[in-house]
Design a protein around this ligand. Structure first.
Ligand SMILES: NC(=O)C1=CN([C@@H]2O[C@H](COP(=O)(O)OP(=O)(O)OC[C@H]3O[C@@H](n4cnc5c(N)ncnc54)[C@H](OP(=O)(O)O)[C@@H]3O)[C@@H](O)[C@H]2O)C=CC1
Ligand SMILES: O=C(O)[C@H](O)COP(=O)(O)O
Length: 479
């Protein structure tokens, strides 16, 4: 095992620095415990100083033309893409994501940034005439422009340490805001490398405070910081709810957990359904908020569907991220124990193991459980791991009822060859997005992306993300 004891500097006060206290957090690769680096554990005082500079820097940044801001971000995208292999290797090691997906995340991030800039150039305000309201004067013209909110707190999760950070940072910066970026601790090295590229691209360094440190230590402080004008968070529902309670009088966008169902009707193309379900449920070992996390299948086709899913699950490669395995070790012991606990409990309550249920430390084989009932925790809880429960239903109505009984409401899939029927079900599902005959997923990234109920607040997706970091600034010309 190789070790790397280097402390990777973070960006505070416009400079790359360690914590004055020299406090650090060790970052180890989840799949082999290799020490891949240490990141500074910043104190509240250090953060305070840096945040005041980040806030001050925003004033000048907002006066720049959007083309000037955009050109720096476009350069950022080019640098990221030119380092796809190197940055992909960092993501792969830090969060145990398979090599091709880790590199794919870098490319997707560059594409996301480019589209964000193009879309920002077209985000215009409005001009309104007073006389369109009863009694109003034609001599009054209201100019409603889009003004930056100020300083955005971007908090990212471990599972997309670059993409879900850049998707918060790029809209904020291009619209003239400054940024406090709190990366997930397991993901902080990827976040730092991403910001290094941003500064190389020409961004004034004081515009970003890179707040490395544990969320449990600095999270509440950042969320309640009086200089924060808006929070954009992706992560667990419990953390998101906590943030929404702590924050006060500022907009908050939250993208949280999910329990996305795939509803499979008796008239579905079962080969297609099985293919989409397996890709949706097990990619990145199920550590995606949009993963398919339960299948609600009509009794008449359940046996056939389970067989088809089983065949595909058995084809999944289980192993290490360097070997491009489909199923790789989970992010930490706690997560692996939690997933195993859900599987064990379901088995005790009568669920049938069709595939998987093998474990080597954090590496859990892709597990398929049949005959899961609504009495079992796995029917309702989000495992964030490679396990898929099959719940058999006798009617379309039962499928919709179980789908909607969840506390979550991110996405759902409906598989049917009858479009009218699928649309009828889609209308009834209490989720942000329904996918007809395809797996649940966030992309394409310019589509609105949102969760209802405990799955989130506000909307992401490029256009909505841009709107979320600006406000109307109205000037009335009285002629
Ligand atoms: N919807 C989604 O996209 C995702 C959902 N999840 C869900 O969340 C669970 C845990 O995953 P995880 O990534 O650890 O999610 P967390 O919610 O624990 O962490 C997400 C981010 O929030 C930070 N954070 C932690 N506590 C606070 C706080 N009090 N105030 C502000 N920020 C805080 C974390 O920092 P630090 O890393 O330092 O703790 C991290 O940057 C998963 O099992 C899954 O259910 C996870 C990832 C993505
Ligand atoms: O937070 C998540 O897990 C992501 O938003 C899911 O994105 P994906 O559907 O592209 O994997």
């Amino acid at each position: 095992m190789t070790t790397n004891t280097e402390t990777i500097k973070t960006l505070i006060n416009g400079q790359w620095a360690e914590s004055a206290s020299e406090a650090t957090i060790e970052i180890k690769a989840p799949h082999n415990d290799e020490l891949i680096g240490r990141v500074p554990s910043l104190s509240q005082n250090e953060l305070n100083d840096s945040i005041s500079k980040t806030v001050a820097a925003q004033e000048d940044w907002a006066t720049k033309s959007i083309q000037e801001r955009g050109s720096i971000l476009l350069k950022w995208a080019d640098i990221l893409e030119s380092r796809k292999e190197e940055l992909g290797a960092t993501i792969m090691k830090e969060v145990a994501k398979k090599k091709s997906s880790a590199e794919g995340e870098v490319t997707r991030t560059a594409d996301f940034i480019r589209y964000t800039v193009e879309e920002a150039y077209r985000l215009h305000g409005d001009a309104l005439r007073g006389d369109s309201f009863k009694g109003g004067s034609k001599k009054k013209i209201g100019l409603a422009e889009k003004a930056p909110l100020g300083t955005i707190l971007a908090i990212g999760p471990f599972n997309y340490p670059m993409n879900l950070s850049a998707s918060k940072i790029a809209p904020a910066l291009v619209m003239g805001n400054s940024v406090i970026f709190k990366p997930a601790t397991q993901g902080a090295i990827s976040g730092i490398k991403m910001v290094e590229a941003l500064i190389e691209a020409g961004l004034p360094a004081e515009l970003v405070t890179l707040a490395t440190g544990r969320g449990s230590v600095i999270g509440d402080f950042l969320v309640q910081h009086p200089s924060v004008d808006m929070i954009n968070f992706t992560g667990g529902t419990a953390t998101g709810e906590h943030i929404s309670k702590l924050s006060s009088m500022i907009p908050v966008v939250l993208e949280l957990g999910g329990k996305d169902p795939a509803i499979v009707l008796e008239d579905a193309d079962l080969d297609k359904a099985a293919k989409e379900i397996v890709a949706g449920a097990y990619s990145y070992s199920g550590q995606r908020c949009t993963a398919i996390k339960r299948v609600l299948v009509k009794d008449e086709v359940a046996d056939e569907l389970v067989q088809k899913i089983e065949a595909k699950v058995k084809d999944l490669k289980v192993g290490m991220p360097e070997d491009n395995a489909d199923i790789t070790p989970l992010i930490d012991d706690k997560s692996a124990d939690y997933v195993q606990g859900l599987i064990d409990e379901a088995k005790e309550q009568g669920a049938t193991v069709v595939a998987g249920d093998k474990r080597d430390g954090r590496l859990l084989n892709a597990t398929l459980l049949d005959n899961v009932t609504t009495e079992m925790r796995i029917a309702w809880e989000e495992p964030f791991g490679p396990v898929l429960p099959i719940i058999r239903v006798s009617s379309e109505e039962e499928a919709v009822r179980i789908a909607n009984d969840s506390e979550y409401g991110l996405q759902a899939s409906v598989f049917s060859n009858d479009t009218d029927r699928a649309m009828r079900i889609a209308e009834k599902l209490e989720v942000g997005t329904v996918q007809l005959n395809a797996k649940t997923e966030r992309g394409p990234d310019h589509f609105p992306f949102l969760g209802v109920k405990s799955s989130g607040l506000g909307v992401q997706g490029i256009t909505e993300a841009l709107r979320s970091v600006v406000r109307d600034k109205v000037t009335v010309i009285n002629m």
